[in-house]
Design a protein around this ligand. Structure first.
Ligand code: DON
Length: 569
């Protein structure tokens, strides 16, 4: 097919205008795709309509988000995918970035011994070796049904043909250009407005280089990225700009298929991501503690009595994360203990329902930083008509990652190296975690909080969810899971539930507005909790599956305006 025909076909697959389609709730027996970008959800749903399964649709959505959601959708970053097939088989794909082989433990410390935050935030030293292309390929090769080229090409055509910007998109891109992208000539060339000036709603963004890179990935496969011209471009530009990633880093990169971490909660099966993400473990450990404390006796997920217990659980669970968690290929993480009912009961017994415990005391020597988390990761959920499910969260870490575009290939590199513990041995209340398991080492994966989750009940699929938000992610996911599994809410109500966050240290809880009324707030403060209300938390695009009617109910998270739940037409 000629390019013009393919571009036409890609456009036909999309709604007129292709801007922010805003269908937050859909139900279908033929499958649903929910993501933060309406265009990407539609591309995934079109793959389902073509006879693709949930994995095909997820891969197509993942590549499309690399075009339509450049702040987090990516081929220059990494992430995690969980798959549950209709027959109950589960697996996960770990395509988290790795530290380049020339990285060192102290590479982000300045001469004064302090962490140089600029180096981890932006520029050519910030990226880990990207995993997305290998990861999506691995999942597709194992479980996809349609040819690879068919699931990748829509994204390539979209990048080349262009798409209209929504209001939110143009504002976000203008902000990123000013803050970061304009500092790098290759980034300004790829994402700046031709002729200069600010982007506006309704403008068309064409990404010709990205289209070429994606087109080659579609027709030639992932090696073009890891050993072909894209790897060469990365190597050349890294050398020229003081970066340390090389061709051999890319050639050595492998995605890993891992067994999921599993737990149970009130008769539900919880399927999560194992390390190097802490997400699955944190969610399961917290659910175990709450089950042990009798969560179901409360009137709602946000009953102040339960909020207190959720905060107390979070203090302990996030403390354990700092103490024990890192890349399992480098350190032994006691996941079995952390996710056991017995350990949860021990922690639950420590919790006083009338008084807050001190997070610092709980740390007994290890202390973690107050970290501002942005929302720049993205999660999407897919269920096909057969009930196969995919839960995928991937990221560039900060919004628009390192801000560095690989010239000629048009994609943004991540700044994931910042997820490592950067200063060995030093931990302080306002500083950083310095514990051993997550120190930098060549070829090691940095610890993540991403928590794609699938819930099953009575051997049938029940829920697919996940979220961006750094360390807030497990708490966001927990809120959706509690809504469904403990309080029997609809998908919409569970996604809309106002959320809470506590990450052990700093010893503060934050609530989304509406999570608690003034009386509840006073009750929590009286117990000794430090609580702040305000701000938005997460972006949990979710699907609830009704096994009796074999219907998928998609609920896009309305906290982001361009999100959409799409069904195959
Ligand atoms: O892997 C992680 O946990 C983080 N890099 C995710 C980043 C994210 O959600 C965006 N906000 N911090």
């Amino acid at each position: 097919m000629t390019f013009a025909k393919r571009a036409m076909l890609a456009l036909l697959l999309l709604p007129a205008g292709v801007v922010a389609a805003q269908a937050p709730d859909v139900s279908s027996t033929r499958g649903v795709v929910v993501s933060t970008s309406g265009i990407a959800s539609d591309i995934g749903a079109a793959i389902l309509a073509k006879g693709g399964n949930a994995v095909d649709a997820a891969v197509a959505t993942g590549f499309a988000l690399a075009v339509t959601h450049p702040s987090a959708g990516n081929i220059g970053g990494g992430g995690f995918m969980i798959v549950r097939l209709a027959n109950g088989t589960t697996t996960t794909f770990d395509y988290r970035e790795k530290a380049p082989l020339r990285s060192t433990r102290t590479m982000y410390l300045g001469k004064d011994g302090k962490i140089d935050r600029q180096l981890t935030a932006t520029g050519w030293l910030a990226p880990g070796v990207p995993g997305t292309v290998r990861g999506l390929y691995m999942a597709h090769k194992k479980l996809g049904k349609l040819p690879w080229v068919d699931v990748v090409r829509p994204a390539a055509d979209l990048a080349t043909g262009g798409f209209r910007m929504s209001k939110d998109f143009s504002a976000s891109l203008n902000g990123a250009l000013t803050r970061q992208l304009n500092k790098y000539p290759s980034s300004a060339a790829a994402y700046g407005k031709p002729g200069g000036g600010a982007w506006r709603e309704g403008d068309t963004l064409r990404l010709a280089d990205l289209g070429r890179a994606l087109g080659d990935i579609a027709t030639k496969g992932p090696d073009v990225f890891y050993t072909g011209w894209i790897a060469d471009s990365i190597d050349r530009q890294m050398r020229r700009n003081g970066g340390i990633m090389r061709r051999r880093d890319l050639a050595a990169y492998r995605a890993v298929e891992r067994a999921p971490v599993k737990g149970t909660f009130l008769g539900h099966e919880i399927i999560g991501m194992a390390p190097p993400s802490s997400g699955g473990t944190i969610v399961i450990q917290t659910l175990n503690i709450l089950e042990s404390l009798g969560v179901q006796r409360f009137a709602s997920a946000n009953d102040p009595g339960l909020l207190h217990l959720r905060i107390e659980a979070a203090k302990r669970v996030y403390r354990d994360r700092a103490k024990w968690m890192g890349d399992p290929d480098f350190v032994t993480v006691p996941v079995a203990k952390m996710t056991s009912k017995a350990y949860a009961s021990t922690l639950a017994r420590e919790i006083d329902s009338t008084h807050a415990s001190s997070a610092v005391d709980l740390g007994a020597g290890i202390v973690a930083p107050p970290v501002a988390e942005s929302d720049e990761t993205t999660h999407f959920s897919v269920v096909d008509g057969d009930g196969n499910a995919v839960s995928n969260t991937y990221t560039l870490e900060g919004g628009f990652g390192s801000g560095v575009v690989v010239g000629g290939a048009g994609f943004i590199l991540n700044n994931e190296m910042g997820d490592f513990n950067k200063k060995p041995g030093e931990t302080n209340v306002t500083g950083d975690i310095g514990t051993k398991p997550n120190l930098i080492a060549p070829g090691k994966r940095m610890l993540s909080s991403m928590a794609p989750i699938i819930v099953a009940k009575d051997g049938q699929l029940r829920l697919v969810t996940g979220s961006p938000g750094g360390r807030t992610i497990p708490n966001t996911v927990l809120s959706v899971v509690l809504g469904i599994a403990a309080f029997n809410l609809s998908a919409r109500d569970a996604v809309d539930l106002p959320r809470l966050h506590h990450q052990w240290l700093p010893d503060n809880a934050s609530f989304e507005p509406g999570a608690v009324d003034s009386i509840g707030l006073a009750t929590l403060r009286k117990k000794g909790q430090s609580v702040r209300v305000g701000g938005r938390q997460g972006d949990a695009h979710s699907i609830l599956w009704d096994a009796a009617t074999r219907t998928a109910h998609g609920a896009a998270d309305r906290r982001t305006p361009d999100s959409k739940a799409s069904i195959p037409e």
